[in-house]
Ligand binder design. Structure first.
Ligand code: CP
Length: 311
């Protein structure tokens, strides 16, 4: 099948074949990172604007690298250094950017639905690089590519997603993707950080870390998103870490020896993960980051309609 969508707004809107196409396209582009000259002409003459209203290290950098490796012209916009600081609205800013004829706008915003509003308003392709607690589709795609390369398949795998589920766009995108690809998902965290009715997404719920991580293929630990929390959802970081922090002792006691430890970053070392786990033999965290570039190349290629021209 071919790609037909103008935008990439969520994993929820995709079917399994579209997710597999995105993952396979990214997989085929990974070899560019190993070339001496990391440049292919696929998006020559195309312009990509990274419109970031929230902080980012991995997503913004990897979209920039991806665009440049594909020979596109890449412009980075940060709200802090722009006329947004003088009061220009999000939609006015976006309309002004669109007037400069970009082919793709990659947007990150604290409000759920921000990418969808742009997709309805602007003629260019829109990529959601994270909208509030809603979705982060390219993060889920790079997580899926990492799982596929380490485990060889999707169907039948079991995953525990642990931590601040309520505020996590990463959890939401991964749940949709993993369920569509035939994986079993358990979410786990303190009751205050598990959204009501989460079972309606087709997941199980565990309220003890030990119960969640026993006998699963993948453990995905999440950052506590304190910037999105009202106060009082956890008693203290220390108590959270005691009950929900993943340590080598807990891993050795409960998890399979071939379990993958994932985390979207940034990691709060000593809170959700001990440094020994973050840097240890089960961790694929930096592999996830590396795959982020290939996934973002794949997304840009498919959206800009230049699939197959990278070789
Ligand atoms: N995983 C992720 O989105 O990281 P950044 O916030 O650094 O982009």
């Amino acid at each position: 099948m071919g790609w037909t969508r103008k935008d990439l707004l969520s994993i929820r809107e995709l079917d399994a074949a579209e997710i597999v196409l995105l993952v396979e396209t990214a997989a085929s582009l990974q070899e560019i990172a190993g070339r001496e000259i990391k440049k292919v002409p696929a998006l020559r003459g195309k312009t990509i604007v990274n419109l970031f209203y929230e902080n980012s290290t991995r997503t913004r950098t990897s979209f920039e690298i991806a665009g440049k490796w594909l020979s596109a012209d890449v412009v980075n916009f940060s709200a802090g250094g722009s006329s947004a600081a003088k009061g220009e609205s999000f939609i006015d800013t976006a309309r002004n950017i669109a007037a400069m004829s970009p082919d793709v706008v990659v947007v990150r915003h604290a409000s759920a639905g921000a990418a969808e509003i742009l997709a309805r308003t602007l003629p260019c392709s829109i990529v959601n690089a994270g909208d509030g607690a809603h979705e982060h589709p390219t993060q889920a795609l790079l997580d899926l590519l990492t799982i596929k390369e380490h485990k060889g398949h999707f169907e039948g795998l079991s995953v525990a997603i642990v931590g601040d589920i309520t505020h996590s766009r990463v959890a939401r995108s991964n749940i949709h993707g993993m369920r569509k690809l035939g994986m079993t998902v358990t979410v786990a965290g303190p009751p205050t950080l598990i959204p009501p009715f989460v079972q309606e997404l087709g997941v199980k719920v565990a309220y003890r870390l030990e119960d969640a991580i026993r006998d699963v293929d993948v453990i995905m630990m999440l950052r506590l998103q304190q910037e999105r929390m009202s106060s009082g959802l956890i008693p203290s970081l220390r108590e959270y870490s005691r009950y929900w922090g993943l340590t080598l002792d807990k891993l050795r006691a409960e998890a399979r020896p071939d379990v993958l430890i994932m985390h979207p970053g940034p990691v709060n070392r000593g809170v959700e993960l001990s440094p020994e786990v973050a840097d240890g033999p089960y961790s694929v965290i930096l592999d996830q980051v590396a795959k982020g570039v290939a996934v973002r190349m794949g997304v840009l290629l498919l959206l800009a309609g230049a699939r197959g021209e990278a070789a």
